[in-house]
Every structure is written in structure tokens, then in C-alpha cells.
Write a protein of this length. Structure first.
Length: 380
């Protein structure tokens, strides 16, 4: 196909050259020019313009083909790189779930192992508890009575040392002694002796009515604002009737003497005191006084709950001193308050000296071993 194209182009070129030659044959310059052009053509080996055009066209076509192939090669290379990256991402996306699934499986196995271990421990403990229950079931039924007596003695200790209630503690010890007596076991006589000793020690403690004393202090605190404080009262002596002036003109000399005498008596007044003057308070200071006394009485209540004899008496004594010093002693309410504080100041708070009940170790021995162990057995 290329040969046919070249032949047609060569024919067209020759025809074009013949037409040109035919057109310019008349002039001598054209003849000379044509002769000159034909000579180089003949001397050049017969290379035509069509051949050169085709050669250039082919070169351009080859360059364009090479350029397009290079561009296509680059595009294919980039496409391959993108495909490889996507494949790598896809592989990573597939590997991550697998890794997570493997990790979760490992965690599940570890959790199962821990659960199995705990289950084995619980089964072991359950077996131990069952053995203890079986041992308790085989014991003497009086064992439960001993447990109850031990609990009552422990509650008596809480009432005595924590709540400072010896009466309730004594009642609980008596109930524990009744439980031991109900068992009707002569070998438990040492426990009953220890309980009797503990009951005597608790009964010897002087019980203090803490609640009643606190209520008495509350009554005094409520009565404080109603007490009368000392005030300065001006006492005006009654005028002597002998110094009164008459209306009669004839008594002008006597009236003049009486006026002079009254003037002299009221000019200088001398009063004699046989006792110490009572301190007086301003009205705005009364509130502070009442609050200070209330604070001291509250401290006395707190000292009662703490079994603090020293602070209790100091607070009550100081409150009585302030009331006696600053309030009206002639008032009935003040007298009643002072009498109540005098009675409260003599209150004695006795704390228990018992550190432990003698029956506690014996009851613990009875509950643990089911019976009391003699000194000979312990020595052996």
C-alpha cells in the first residue's frame, strides 16, 4: 500500500513538473532554470521531493508512536503501582481482623483458664464448708447454746465499753448464764463461776444517768435567756418632811433655813458599802454572756458522753460562777438555776475498769473444742 502511494505521488510530482515546464518553455530564463534544476536532480541520483516528504512523515509518525508508547508505558507503570498498593492495603485489611480474632481467642482461652481455676477453688472451699457443716451436725446439740452464750457475752462487752451502759451489760451476762445453766452439764461449772464473777464486777460499777443529766443541762440552757441580768438602779431617798417649805409668808425665815439645809444635803452625797459592788453589763453584752454560758454547758454535755469527769466539772463550775456574778441573785429563776448547777457539779462519772470478761476465753474454748480442756490435758 505504501508503494502504490509513493508511485502515485511520484506520478503527480512528474506531472506537476511537466506542467511547470510546459508553462515556462517560452522564455529563455525558464529554459535555463529548468536545465539547471534538471541537472542537480540528475546529478543527485534521482531523489524526489515526495520521497523526502514521505521520509519526514514517517519520522514524525515514528516519533509520535514512540512518544505515545512511552506515555502508555508510564501510565501502565503507574497503574501497576496503584494496583500493588491497593493489593497491599487489601491484604492488610484482611490481616488485621485475623490478628484481632487470634488475640480474642487467646483472651478467651486465658479467661476460661482463670474461670476454671476459680471454679476449682470454689469447689474446694465448698468441700471445706461442707466438712465443717458435717462436723457441726455431729456435735452435741448444746453447741448452739454455747454459741448463743458467747454472743451474749460479746454484746455485753459492747454495751459496757462502747455505750457505757452497765445495766444492759449485766442483763446480757445474766442471759448468758441462763443459757449455760440450760445445758445441764456439770463440766461447765467453771464457766458459770466466771460469769458470776463478771456479773459482780459489772454490778459494782456505779451507773451514771447520762441521759437524765444531759436533759437537765438542756433545761438550764433553755432557761438562760429568761434570767435577769444585774442593772444599775438609782435609789432616791424619800425627802424629809421637816425640810418641806410652807406657803405661809410669815414662815419665810423657816422656809429660807429649810431651803439652805436641803441645798447643803444634796450638794455632797456620801454612801457607804459594806460588800463588793456587783459588776454591771451593758445591754449589748448580755447576748455574749448568755452564749458563753451556753457553750460551756454544751461542753459539759460532750464531756458526759466521753466520760470525762474533769472537763465536765470545770464547765459546770465556770457556768455557775458566771451566773452568780452577772445575774440577779434575787430572782427566783436565778436561784433555781444555781441550785440545779450545784447538784450537777457533784455528779461522779465512774468508768468501768474491767478490761475483759473472765468467761470469754472459756466460752471460746467450749465453742471451738466442744468441751472445756483441763489444765492437765493442756500440759500433756
Amino acid at each position: 500500500m505504501d508503494k502504490n502511494t509513493q508511485e502515485s505521488k511520484a506520478v503527480a510530482t512528474t506531472e506537476h513538473d511537466e506542467s511547470i515546464d510546459a508553462t515556462f518553455t517560452d522564455t529563455p530564463q525558464a529554459k535555463s532554470t529548468a536545465s539547471q534544476e534538471t541537472k542537480p536532480a540528475q546529478s543527485g541520483g534521482g531523489v524526489s521531493w515526495g520521497f523526502l516528504f514521505n521520509l519526514v512523515f514517517i519520522l514524525i509518525l515514528l516519533f509520535a508512536t514512540a512518544t505515545g508508547g512511552f506515555y502508555l508505558y508510564q501510565e501502565l507503570t503507574q497503574q501497576k503501582e496503584k494496583t500493588a498498593a491497593l493489593a497491599k492495603q487489601l491484604q492488610q485489611g484482611l490481616d488485621d481482623p485475623r490478628t484481632r480474632i487470634t488475640h480474642l481467642e487467646q483472651q478467651q482461652r486465658a479467661t476460661e483458664n482463670q474461670f476454671d481455676q476459680k471454679l476449682a477453688q470454689l469447689q474446694t472451699k465448698q468441700g471445706e464448708v461442707q466438712d465443717q457443716v458435717n462436723k457441726l451436725a455431729q456435735r452435741n446439740p448444746n453447741h448452739w447454746m454455747a454459741e448463743e452464750a458467747k454472743y451474749l457475752v460479746r454484746m455485753a462487752g459492747n454495751k459496757l465499753w462502747l455505750e457505757k451502759d452497765p445495766q444492759t451489760a449485766l442483763s446480757l451476762l445474766e442471759a448468758a448464764d441462763d443459757r449455760i445453766a440450760t445445758m445441764k452439764d456439770p463440766s461447765l461449772t467453771p464457766i458459770r463461776k466466771a460469769l458470776a464473777r463478771d456479773m459482780n464486777d459489772v454490778a459494782a460499777i456505779k451507773s451514771t444517768d447520762i441521759a437524765g443529766t444531759v436533759l437537765s443541762l438542756d433545761t438550764i440552757i433553755e432557761r438562760l435567756p429568761k434570767l435577769k441580768v444585774n442593772r444599775s438602779e438609782s435609789k432616791i431617798n424619800a425627802k424629809d418632811d421637816s425640810l418641806q417649805v410652807t406657803e405661809s409668808i410669815d414662815d419665810w425665815q423657816r422656809n429660807l433655813a429649810k431651803s439652805w439645809q436641803a441645798l447643803i444635803e444634796e450638794f455632797v452625797i456620801i454612801r457607804k458599802r459594806t460588800t463588793d459592788p456587783a459588776p454591771l453589763l451593758a445591754p449589748d453584752q448580755q447576748w455574749y454572756l448568755v452564749e458563753n454560758i451556753r457553750n460551756k454547758l454544751l461542753q459539759a454535755q460532750l464531756a458526759l458522753f466521753r466520760q470525762d469527769q474533769v472537763n465536765y466539772r470545770q464547765s459546770v463550775t465556770l457556768s455557775r460562777k458566771w451566773i452568780f456574778q452577772y445575774f440577779d441573785l434575787g430572782d427566783n429563776k436565778t436561784e433555781q438555776t444555781l441550785a440545779a448547777l450545784d447538784a450537777l457539779a457533784t455528779l461522779e462519772i465512774q468508768s468501768p475498769t474491767i478490761e475483759q470478761f473472765a468467761a470469754t476465753p472459756l466460752l471460746q474454748q467450749l465453742v471451738t473444742n466442744g468441751s472445756l480442756i483441763n489444765d492437765r490435758e493442756t500440759s500433756l
